[in-house]
Write a protein that binds this ligand. Structure first.
Ligand code: AMP
Length: 530
C-alpha cells in the first residue's frame, strides 16, 4: 500500500529529497519521522477530545514541507486530510471547517484569527509557524500500521466550487487513490528518483498526481509557489535548476511558460514527459511543446476531482496532431468505464430507481454526443455531509453481482474509434486559467450582497478559450458612481471567494433580459457586450 511504499523509501534512501520548495527541502527520513510524530500527537489529541476516527483534519498552508508531513501524519492515524490553500479568504476557510465538521486545523502558517466561532467547534488549532517541535520532536515510536486509513476509508477530501454558493467536499478513499496510482505509474513508467514538477496548489486534485506519483516511486517533488509563478524570472530560475523529468501542470500554466522563448529543451534537459490534466489541451499548445521539447512526450489526461484526478489518457504524437483538432482525451484506464449517456433519460432513470439501478444504464451509439459518466473504483464516495448534491451527481448500478459507483461529470463528449473526445460542459461549470469554477457560486455570493437584486456571471471567450468573467448586476437602487460600486462589489466578494473567482468586469442593468420560458437570456447578455 501507498504508505508502506513511502516508508520503504525512507529506509532505502533516507537522505533523498522528497520535497523541495525554494531553499527548503524535506528528506524521506524527515517525512517519515515528522509524519510519525504528527500522527502520534493527533492520535493522543483525538483520544483526549473524543474525536472519532475518519473525522477530517484541515491542513492549511501553501507549498511548505510541513504540508506533506501533515497529510501523511493524518492518514497514519485514520483521519482524512482536507488541504486548504492559504490564498483562500478566511471566510472560505471557516466555511470549509464548518461544513466538514473538522475539529483540528493544522498549519505551517499563522491561522487567520476569528476562524472558530458560530457553528465551528475547533478542538485544536495548531500553527507550526515559528515552533517546529511537533514535527521534529524526539519521539521515536512508530504508529501501528493498523491505525492507518484502510482501503475503503476516506484518505483525502478536496473542496471544489459549488453551484449552490458553498464549496463541496469531494471524498476519495485510499482504494480510489491506489487505483489511480497503479494506473499512472504503469502507464508512464517513472523510474526510481524522477523529479516531478508540482505547480498546482495541494488543494487542487491535479497535485495528487505529482505528489503521490513522486512519493510512491522515491521521486523528488519540485514545488513552485504562487510568488514564483507570478514572477517569470524567478520561475525560470527555479525550473532551470530543477532537473525536472516529469512535468505535471494545467495546460494554461504551460501556455504561460511558452510565451517565453527560453522555455525549451535546453531549460529542462532531463524532461521526459508532460502530464496535462484539468482543462482543454489545445492543438496549438501541444504542437509548440513537441517542437520545443522533441525528446519529451505530451500526455493529455482527462478527469474530474470526483474520479480521482484522471480516467483517460493519450500520448499526443505527430500522427495524433495531424489527425485531430481539437485533440482527443484518449482511452479509459483499464479498471474504469466512461459511458456516454442521454442526460435527461439518465436523470429520469436515476429518479425512478432512487439512485440504484438494477442494470447498466443504456449508452448512446458510438459517435453520438451525450453526458460523460465515469464508473469504477476511482469514483468518489460522494460529497461530505452533502446528501443532496451527492444524490444529484452520483449513482450506482448492479452488474453480475458487482456494484458500480458512477459519477455524472456534467461534461459532454463522444467516442470515435475508441478515443474519447471532450465537447464542453452541459451546465455552468467552467475552467478559467485551470481553475474549476461554478458560475452559480459567484452569482449566489453576489445576490447575498445588500445592494444586489440579481446577478449573472458569464465567461468571456477569445479564440476558444475563456479569458475572464463578466458580471451583470441589477442593483436594488440606482448606481451613481459605477466605478466605486464595482470596487465595493469586488471587495465584498473577496471576503468569501478566492481571487480567481472575482469577475474582472461588471455591468449594471436596469433588469435582466429574459427568455420566453422565464430564464435569464444569457445569449442576449453576451450579445449586449459586442
Ligand atoms: P477538476 O475537478 O478541477 O479536475 O475539473 C474537472 C473538469 O475539468 C472536468 O469535468 C472537465 O470539464 C475538465 N477537464 C479535465 N480534464 C480535461 C481535458 N483533458 N480536456 C478538457 N477538459 C478537461
Amino acid at each position: 500500500m501507498l504508505s508502506e511504499k513511502i516508508h520503504a523509501w525512507a529506509l532505502k534512501c533516507p537522505e533523498r529529497v522528497a520535497h523541495r520548495h525554494g531553499n527548503d527541502q524535506l528528506t524521506y527520513a524527515a517525512l517519515e519521522f515528522g509524519s510519525n510524530s504528527a500522527a502520534l500527537w493527533l492520535y493522543e489529541l483525538s483520544l483526549a477530545k473524543g474525536i472519532t476516527r475518519q473525522t477530517p483534519v484541515v491542513v492549511y498552508g501553501h507549498k511548505e514541507n510541513e504540508m506533506l508531513v501533515l497529510f501523511i501524519g493524518c492518514i497514519k492515524v485514520g483521519h482524512p486530510y482536507i488541504p486548504v490553500d492559504s490564498s483562500v479568504p478566511p471566510e472560505r476557510l471557516r466555511q470549509i471547517i464548518k461544513a466538514s465538521g473538522a475539529r483540528v486545523v493544522l498549519s505551517p502558517q499563522l491561522i487567520p484569527e476569528g476562524i472558530a466561532g458560530t457553528g465551528v467547534i475547533i478542538e485544536e488549532m495548531m500553527s507550526l509557524a515559528g515552533q517546529d517541535s511537533l514535527l521534529n520532536g524526539d519521539r521515536l515510536e512508530v504508529p501501528p500500521s493498523t491505525w492507518q486509513v484502510t482501503l475503503d476509508e476516506v484518505y483525502y477530501i478536496i473542496y471544489t466550487s459549488g453551484s449552490t454558493g458553498v464549496p463541496k467536499g469531494v471524498q476519495l478513499t485510499l482504494r480510489a487513490l491506489e487505483s489511480f496510482l497503479n494506473w499512472v505509474n504503469s502507464e508512464y513508467l517513472p523510474n526510481e528518483h524522477e523529479v516531478f514538477l508540482n505547480q498546482a496548489p495541494f488543494s487542487f486534485d491535479l497535485s495528487v498526481m505529482d505528489v503521490y506519483m513522486s512519493l510512491s516511486t522515491g521521486g523528488t517533488l519540485w514545488s513552485v509557489d504562487k510568488d514564483q509563478i507570478a514572477n517569470p524570472k524567478e520561475l525560470f530560475a527555479s525550473l532551470g535548476a530543477s532537473e525536472i523529468s516529469y512535468w505535471v501542470s494545467t495546460p494554461s500554466f504551460a501556455e504561460v511558460c511558452l510565451m517565453d522563448p527560453s522555455f525549451k529543451a535546453t531549460l529542462l534537459p532531463q524532461l521526459k514527459r508532460f502530464l496535462f490534466c484539468g482543462e482543454i489541451l489545445t492543438h496549438d499548445c501541444a504542437t509548440k511543446l513537441t517542437q520545443r521539447f522533441p525528446r519529451a512526450t505530451v500526455e493529455n489526461l482527462y478527469g474530474p476531482t470526483e474520479a480521482t484526478v484522471a480516467v483517460t489518457t493519450l500520448t499526443i504524437t505527430p500522427d495524433i496532431l495531424s489527425a485531430f483538432n481539437p485533440l482527443p482525451v484518449g482511452r479509459v484506464k483499464p479498471d474504469a468505464m466512461v459511458l456516454i449517456m442521454d442526460a435527461d433519460q439518465l436523470t429520469a432513470e436515476i429518479a425512478s430507481g432512487k439512485g440504484i439501478l438494477p442494470h447498466r444504464p443504456e449508452v448512446l451509439a458510438e459517435g453520438k454526443t451525450g453526458e460523460l459518466i465515469i464508473a469504477g473504483p476511482n469514483v468518489s464516495v460522494g460529497y461530505l455531509n452533502n446528501p443532496e448534491q451527492t444524490a444529484k451527481a452520483f449513482f450506482n448500478w448492479q452488474e453480475c453481482g458487482v456494484t458500480w459507483k458512477a459519477y455524472r461529470t456534467g461534461d459532454a463528449g463522444l467516442f470515435k474509434e475508441g478515443l474519447l473526445f471532450y465537447q464542453g460542459r452541459l451546465d455552468f461549470q467552467i475552467k478559467l486559467h485551470g481553475y474549476r469554477i461554478e458560475l452559480g457560486e459567484i452569482e449566489e455570493n453576489l445576490r447575498r450582497l445588500p445592494r444586489v437584486e440579481n446577478a449573472v456571471v458569464l465567461p468571456i471567450e477569445r479564440r476558444g478559450k475563456i479569458e475572464y468573467l463578466q458580471a451583470f448586476i441589477v442593483a436594488g437602487k440606482p448606481v451613481r458612481d459605477e466605478f466605486k460600486a464595482v470596487l465595493d462589489l469586488k471587495e465584498a466578494l473577496r471576503e468569501h471567494l478566492p481571487e480567481y473567482m472575482i469577475p474582472r468586469r461588471f455591468r449594471f442593468l436596469e433588469k435582466m433580459p429574459m427568455t420566453s420560458n422565464g430564464k435569464v437570456d444569457r445569449r442576449a447578455l453576451l450579445g449586449g457586450l459586442s
